[in-house]
Design a protein around this ligand. Structure first.
Ligand code: ASP
Ligand code: MG
Length: 511
């Protein structure tokens, strides 16, 4: 993922294009010899996760970070729903689907109280309070009606679920923007349906970058020029026709990098409740530590393999323009966090971090009859693609008796149903003997960009695991060689992580 000259030029060209929308606010900075040089103000996109806007005091902290940044730079904030809100909204939607509109209404009421409490604590100006309360009432009213409609029909379409689950961001953004104004900095809440254009895949929509770029530039650039800090709802977008979509759970990170790329930002900062990317999950590995610099590739690999700091798609939008992404702790903003860059920092070969994914299911399609059935592989994976199940790992034994692969447990049922349908004939004629499912497994991945050309890492890993009697169910090494992953019993995850962490000296290595 090295970025050569052409990408650099592309970025410069994109910046030129950005000029069409008018110059960025200029600041003067004196340089050596007393000469004054006009420099473009930097543009930062800052995303605040659910815990970073979890209550009034967290929002106040986020506001301070935005205000400090906006003193020197252009700043676009992207906010998640207050923590726990999206889960509760989804619960309410599911309750409504069973016809229970009472419980759904109770959730909406609880949300009203939660946001009202934050509002009264953050906003002292009466008029402003009334205005925001009105806005929140509109959004909550929409929520109530959506739940009532769902309860009436006892049907929850993906489109309605998106509309309901997006309410949290639509409530938090006006609140945060008001708190920024209260702090004396002009700010405006913006719904990302005005900015991010996506396809119509509800629950996991993909952005259309060129259209997103046009809309975002047209809407946000004028605000930035006037020194107004936009506060944008994370998680959501809209189709070209204006139908609201969501980018998938945890998608606000993705929103931030989509906007970072669309706006030619200089950096994207993901403010969260941990210190950055760690060598392993600290709840499982006591000696885990923060990694100061890591490459896109390593971070993407870790995100993909379940290190929960980043939504797996987060880095896709910024790769081409080589925009650095920081992960920082909004509760300890003096700490430097982790910087994710195109190149990362070489540690001369070796393992940088470990990660584990637990909520996964092993599906296998097989039986002796599949030997010589050339299309089984193809049909298996076109089926997973059709149901948009994210395949995390694939392994096929060379005897071809069995194809096994791993998907997230949430995707497992629909994947298996689709496979049973696809192979119905073959199952009936015993060409395919079984499609089996095992959800008591986990994946552990050993990640490091410079593992390429460093022999023996797989050997050391598996030796160490063998010593600790960790049984390997399947193994895969990507051809990129920045990841070796293996499937083990869920119960062995902690042992496996601690063993590998120690084996590669991750508590001490100067990465
Ligand atoms: N609020 C959404 C979720 O909980 C998006 C996010 O927080 O990133 O999934
Ligand atoms: Mg998140």
């Amino acid at each position: 993922m090295r970025l050569g000259g052409s990408e650099g030029k592309l970025r410069a060209a994109r910046r030129g294009e950005a000029k069409k929308f008018g110059p960025k606010k200029a600041i003067c900075r004196s340089i050596e010899g007393g000469r004054q040089e006009e420099m473009k103000a930097r543009l930062q996109v800052m995303k605040f996760g659910g815990t970073s806007v979890g209550d009034a005091s967290c929002i106040a902290r986020a506001v301070e970070i935005i205000a400090q940044a906006a003193k020197q730079n252009g700043c676009i904030a992207v906010v998640s729903a207050m923590s726990g809100v999206t889960n509760r909204l989804i619960e309410a939607a599911k309750k409504a689907q069973t016809g229970n509109s009472g419980e759904a209404a109770a959730v909406v009421d609880a949300l009203r109280q939660q946001h009202e409490a934050a509002l009264t604590s953050l906003i002292q100006h009466q008029e402003e309070r009334v205005r925001i309360r009105q806005r929140m009432d509109e959004v909550l009213g929409e929520g109530r009606r959506l739940c009532e409609g769902t309860a009436l029909l006892r049907e929850l379409t993906p489109r309605t679920l998106d509309a309901i689950s997006s309410l949290g961001e639509r409530l938090s953004a006006p609140l945060v923007a008001a708190a920024v104004r209260e702090r004396g900095l002009p700010s405006e809440a913006i719904e990302a349906t005005e900015l991010i254009v996506t396809d119509a895949f509800h629950g996991g929509a993909e952005p259309h970058m060129e259209l997103t770029r046009k809309k975002s530039q047209a809407r946000l650039r004028p605000l930035l020029e006037k020194g107004i800090a936009p506060v944008v709802t994370g998680f959501i977008g809209a189709t070209l026709e204006g139908q609201l979509t969501t980018l998938g759970r945890g998608g606000s990170d993705y929103s931030a990098t989509i906007l970072g790329a669309a706006m030619d930002a200089d950096e994207v900062i993901i403010w969260t409740d941990v210190d950055g990317v760690l060598t392993a999950d600290p709840r499982l590995v006591e000696e885990a530590r923060t990694i100061p610099v890591i490459s896109y590739r390593e971070a993407a690999e870790l995100a993909y393999f379940g290190a929960r700091v980043l939504h797996p798609k987060t880095l896709n939008p910024v790769v081409q323009a080589a925009i650095p992404v920081w992960i920082r702790n909004s509760f300890a903003c003096e700490r430097p966090g982790t910087k994710i860059t195109p190149e990362g920092r070489s540690i001369g070969g070796g393992v940088k971090a470990l990660t584990a994914i637990r909520d996964v299911t092993l599906i296998s399609v097989g039986g002796p009859g599949i030997v010589g059935l050339p299309d089984v592989l193809g049909r298996t994976f076109s089926t997973t693609a059709e149901v948009r199940a994210n395949v995390l790992l694939i392994s096929q034994s060379s005897s071809q008796n069995d194809i096994c692969f791993i998907v997230s447990t949430v995707d497992a049922q629909r994947t298996v149903e689709a496979l049973r349908k696809e192979f119905a004939q073959d199952l009936a004629h015993h060409k395919v003997e079984h499609i089996t499912v095992d959800s008591s497994v986990a994946i552990v991945a050993v990640v490091g960009e410079n593992m390429r050309g460093t022999p023996g890492i797989a050997g050391r890993t598996f030796n160490a695991l063998g010593r600790e009697k960790v049984n390997l169910i399947a193994i895969a090494q990507g051809s990129s060689e920045c990841n070796i992953s293996f499937v083990i019993d869920e119960k062995a995850v902690k042992t496996a992580l601690n063993t590998a962490h120690r084996e590669f000296g991750l508590e001490a290595s100067p990465n």
